[in-house]
Each structure stands twice: as C-alpha cells, then as structure tokens.
Design a protein around this ligand. Structure first.
Ligand SMILES: [Fe+2]
Length: 446
C-alpha cells in the first residue's frame, strides 16, 4: 500500500510539474464546461460521441454540422443530460456517408468543446486506418500528432490506453484513468480530430497479464460502456466488449482477449481466450463476412506463438486458435483476412509464412497476414513470432492500413510508421484482392 501511494504521489507530482513547467503537455481542466470529448461507433449514417463535463445531472447539447458548412444554419442539435459522473452520451443518426462533420458540445452554463469525424463510405470506398497500442498514462508523445497528420478515417486503439494496472473493482479509478489520458494535449487533440475504435488489453483492463478472474472486471466493463463511444455490444451470453463494423466493403471484427479469458495455467481443455459465447460470436461474424473482399480481425495479443501453458498469447490457447484457423480456412477467408495486433511493443509483419494454424489447410500453405503495431509511448519489447518481415523496436510506432477500392479490385497496403510518421524500413506489405481472392502479399525490396 505504501509503495502504491508513493508511486501515485510520484506520478501526480510528475503530472503537476509537467503541467506547470511545460503547459504544453496537459490541457487545462475547466471548473465548468467540457473536460474532453471523443467520437466512435461511426458508420455510414451514424456516430457516437462521449463528452466528459464538469458536473453530473446537467443538460448538455451537441450541435452537428457538415464540416464545410460549420457555423452555418445547417447545424442540427442533439440533447443529452450528463450522468452522475459527468458523462454525456450522444447517438448521432441520419448522417450522410463519407462526409466530414464538426460537432460542438455545450453543457448548460459551461464552455463548449469542438470535435470532428468523417462518416464511412458505403460500398466501394478508399480509406485509411491508423492502429497502435500502449502508452504511459497521460502520455503527451508527439506520436499522437503524427497519427493525426496521417489523416486516417479511424484510429484503432488496440489496448493499454493507460498503464494504471487497476486490480480492484473500482470504477472511480477507471474514470480517473480516462481523465488522465484525455488531459494529454496530444492525445486529446487526436481524439477530437477523428473517430476511434478502442479495444482494451491487460493494463487498461486490470493488472499485467489480466484475465477474467481480475477483480477489476466489473468496473472495467461498466466504465467502458459509460466512457467509450463504441459499436453495439452483443451482450448475448457475454458481457465482453467485442464488436464489429463495416468500412466501405471491408468488415472489421474486434475481439476482447481479456474479460472472458480463463487462466493459461488451467488444463488445456479448460482454457479459453474468448469464452464460449464470444467464440461463437466470432465464428458467426466470420461466416457472415465470408463474402466481404477483405476482413480485418483486431486481436490484441500475439497469434504467432509457441504452444504451451502460462503464456499471455494464443500459444496457451492453441486448441481454440486451431479451431478458429480451421473455421477461417473452411470459409475460404485465409487469403482475405488481415490480423492487427498490439500488446508486444514492436512493429512486426508476417505475410502468412508463420501464421497458419489450420490443420484443415494443405500442409505448408500460408496463413493470413499478421501485423503488430506498438508502442505508442512505452519501452519496447518483443513477443511471439517468428515474423517474415522481422521486428522494429522503437519508442513511438504505429501502423497504417490503406484500402483503395474501385468496386472490382481492392488494393491493400499495410505499413509501419515511426514517431514522426515516416515509413519504417522493410515494414510494408501490399496485395490486391479481386473476385474474393487476394493475391499473395509480396515483400518489397529492402
Ligand atoms: Fe502494452
């Protein structure tokens, strides 16, 4: 306890010093008005916004307008009332596809705050996703500016949005952790500029390596629903936060590797990474997506890993990994699926050389493309593998997924980026898909 208090005091003094001396690192916290906003759950016709205001139980208004007509008479009002914790939730509907919107959140009697997002296109549509994971709590790294400068349509945060390692069922600590993240000028700026899709990992769900036995689980599940703009959560048989959405003709599936997982030390038959309900949901989602020209599966933890107990990766859940790989293979999706992962503090790409765990597949055939992208702002580490394109270890890394879709042919490019947004040498894979068949990824000349 003493150690924890000392650590907390030290962290607080660092934050205070940073705020006082730099002024550029921590956003000022208003006594009234909006503390922070972000958007997510975006589709072609809808979006969700969450706004943290200074007080609970007050009317909060959101004014929405197409970005090119901001401030004009085309503003549409949406009304909400902040919950006891000062969180106002908005569901924005009736939007136009592939359209940039600006929103302004105005609490009664307080200063407003603006944000923006672009709705997704319907059918063939060119878009860019940025993805990464892992930053020290409240990090003000410039990597967040580099992500913004890349002008993605979506930022997929693959976990460890903070490192509070909350081991108790304490919703207040989860809320404070989000406040600390959003108090960062660079993160606050990023999250006001685009929509997010956020899946937690261990440090923002519970302690290091956390699974469903973590005491933090009820609080983590509740505060996610309260504070994070998200896609519909199924809830059927599982309170997890797995969700799926469509961008153009691409289906994106995000699974929850923490809140349903059993211990990696149990006997193999009792081990599950996703839990029975989520596993069935994933299989159903994959089946439903089997006609999509490309499927993106956001799975936070390493897929390519040696089999055995006690590991924080799919190697300890090898029977489940094999069942999923066989399902993907039977659907003919292996060559049309890209997995995006975090957890390991590295950028790594495997073009399918090492990722095939389908026992139904022809021996020696390729698996799907796997790309890890992290850390946003954390010391580096390497996990899993091997990876065909190797590993890049730098503080401040993210990935970009670019899709160009002319309605017939879909060109896909995955690239690793450094803290300034520059390409990381060798960390690129590109391929094209036509008639539900993607060509083999090619390795670029180094
Ligand atoms: Fe991490």
């Amino acid at each position: 306890m003493v150690t924890r208090l000392t650590r907390a005091a030290a962290a607080l003094s660092v934050l205070l010093v940073a705020g006082l001396t730099a002024g550029a690192l921590t956003a000022p916290q208003p006594a009234s008005g909006v503390r922070w906003v972000w958007s997510g759950g975006v589709t072609a016709h809808s979006a969700a916004v969450r706004a943290r205001v200074a007080r609970g139980g007050i009317p909060v208004r959101l004014l929405l307008s197409p970005a090119e007509a901001a401030g004009a008479t085309r503003e549409r009002p949406f009304e909400s009332v902040s919950d006891p914790n000062g969180m106002a939730a908005f569901g924005l509907t009736g939007l136009e596809p592939a359209t940039a919107y600006e929103y302004r959140v105005e609490p009664q009697g307080g200063a407003p705050m603006r944000g923006r997002f672009r709705t997704f296109g319907e059918g063939p549509w060119n878009f860019r996703i940025a993805f990464s994971a892992c930053a020290d709590t409240g990090s003000a790294s410039t990597v967040f500016d580099a992500i913004r400068d890349a002008r993605p349509d979506l930022f997929i945060h693959m976990g460890d949005i903070h490192y509070e390692d909350i081991g108790r069922n304490d919703a207040g600590r989860f809320r404070s952790a989000f406040d600390a993240v959003m108090a960062s000028l660079t993160q606050g700026r990023l999250y006001r500029s685009l929509p997010i899709a956020y899946m937690w990992d261990d440090h923002d769900f519970g302690p290091n390596g956390a699974d469903s036995s973590s005491a933090s689980r009820p609080a983590a599940l509740a505060v996610y629903r309260e504070f994070v703009p998200h896609y519909p959560l199924t809830g059927a048989g599982s309170p997890g936060i797995h969700q799926a959405f469509t961008m153009g003709r691409v289906r994106v599936i995000m699974t929850d590797q923490r809140s349903q997982r059993t211990s990696s030390w149990r006997t193999p038959a009792d081990r599950t990474m996703l839990g029975a309900a989520q596993l069935q949901w994933l299989k159903d989602e994959l089946t439903a997506a089997s006609e999509a020209p490309l499927v993106v599966w956001v799975n936070t933890v390493p897929w390519i890993a040696a089999q055995g107990p006690g590991s924080d990766n799919w190697g300890s859940y090898a029977h489940e990994r094999e069942a999923i790989a066989n399902h993907i293979e039977r659907l003919g999706l292996t060559r049309r699926l890209v997995m995006l992962s975090g957890d390991a503090h590295m950028v790594a790409i495997d073009d399918g050389t090492h990722s095939n765990y389908a026992t139904d597949a022809r021996p020696g055939s390729r698996g799907f493309v796997v790309m890890h992208a992290a850390p946003l702002d954390r010391r580096t580490s390497m996990k899993g593998g091997p990876y065909s394109h190797g590993v890049s270890r730098q503080r401040g890394q993210f990935g970009l997924l670019d899709v160009a879709d002319d309605g017939r042919n879909l060109k896909v490019e995955l690239s690793g980026r450094d803290r300034a947004g520059a390409p990381i040498k060798g960390m690129r894979v590109a391929f094209s898909c036509e008639w539900l068949e993607c060509g083999l990824p090619f390795r670029p000349a180094k």
